[in-house]
Write a new protein. Structure first.
Length: 366
């Protein structure tokens, strides 16, 4: 929670100042044009100043808070970017995306970060009143299918006749699998599915022949490739558009003037955090890792080489549409994702997905 951690010492002062300039200026501006270089004057992002009372909001994490994929949000907390924007952000874990979506609709939290697949599925299938306020992790997602070099899975066609391990049945990982199969017209029922969890130790099930492959996060895949010479990683994003991560709120909260202002402050802080990490990449993300580690236990940071490699992938994903569009949704990609879900039989056709996105809350204030 940012309220619990925002008072600790913050490393990375020089990079922090550059990140502030880059984000006020991913528009590339001088301090004189974009505002004061004094954080006390920048304050809540509306000229209210740091002395103003912070506004409390809740952000729902659909995965453990200490996941490396939460680095942008965690850094926005530990470097004080949320505080500069006048926010006191509480991170709250949920058991997956479904309860997060329901909680946001019920206004128990302002926003969450979920995948495009589950967002579109909820809107079309359940008529959920959701709004995508900006994609942040782009480029088709960072899930990986892990198999063994004894029987490698390197193309969608290789999946036919296999048994795949999934974190859970019916979740985003399974829908991603179905989309990959559909991309090559591989029958969905040709792949057996088993719930096996997420731990790297699941690879032993592959080596023993109980399953042929399983779905993991990027950082777990990188760890496995380093530790297990036989591990083969397959990137679904090489074959499908779907799999991007986005910030989502409810339509009612987006229409509330005060909450809309909080959403803009949030995306500006995320933009600052991403700008910081773009600068820090040349340093191997040393200051990023140190700052986040000062307040949060991120297991993937234990191996700094793997952590830096993973963060490089994330920076590339966050900036896929350019530094000036780090928390915005590409309408063409969004449409392509909907079309893929329709073609795979996951959602019904006949909807206009442009109705479910907005750039109103983009960091540049558009």
């Amino acid at each position: 929670m940012s309220g619990a951690t925002s008072t600790h010492g913050r490393p990375g002062g020089a990079l922090r100042r550059r990140a502030r300039l880059a984000s006020a200026g991913l528009c590339v501006a001088l301090v004189a044009a974009c505002g004061s270089d004094d954080p006390a004057e920048e304050g809540g992002g509306d000229g209210s100043g740091a002395a103003a009372e912070l506004q409390e909001i809740t952000f729902l994490n659909v995965i453990p808070v200490g996941s490396i994929s939460n680095s942008a949000e965690l850094l926005a907390d530990t470097m004080g970017f949320f505080e500069e924007q006048g926010l006191d952000v509480t991170f709250e874990e949920t058991q997956g995306s479904a309860p997060a979506i329901n909680t946001v609709i019920a206004e128990g939290a302002l926003l969450t970060r979920v995948g495009d697949i589950e967002t579109i599925d909820a809107i079309v299938t359940r008529d959920a009143p959701l709004l995508n306020i900006g994609s942040v992790e782009k480029g088709g997602g960072l899930l990986r299918f892990i198999s063994s070099s004894r029987q490698p899975i390197e193309t969608p066609e290789d999946l036919e006749g296999t048994t795949m391990g999934l974190p859970s049945i019916g979740g985003t990982s399974e829908k991603t699998l179905d989309l990959v199969l559909a991309s090559a017209d591989v029958p969905r029922d040709s792949v057996e599915r088993q719930a096996v969890g997420l731990a790297p130790g699941v690879f032993e099930l592959v080596l023993s022949g109980r399953i042929d492959g399983f779905v993991v996060s990027l950082d777990t895949a990188l760890t496995l490739e380093k530790q297990q010479p036989e591990a083969v990683a397959f990137a679904p994003s090489d074959f499908i558009e779907s799999g991007n991560q986005l910030y989502m709120t409810s339509r009612d909260q987006a229409a509330d003037e005060a909450k809309a202002d909080q959403l803009r402050r949030f995306t500006r802080a995320i933009e600052q955090a991403i700008a910081f990490m773009v600068e820090d990449e040349a340093n191997g993300f040393t200051e990023t890792i140190d700052s986040i580690s000062s307040a949060y236990d991120v297991p993937s940071f234990a191996d700094r080489e793997v952590a830096a490699e993973a963060l490089t992938f994330f920076v590339d994903a966050w900036t896929a549409d350019g530094l000036d569009r780090v928390v915005e949704t590409n309408p063409d990609t969004w449409q392509a994702t909907y079309d893929e879900l329709v073609d795979a039989g996951i959602v019904a056709a006949g909807e206009d997905p442009s109705d479910w996105i907005t750039d109103e809350f983009a960091p540049d204030g558009s």
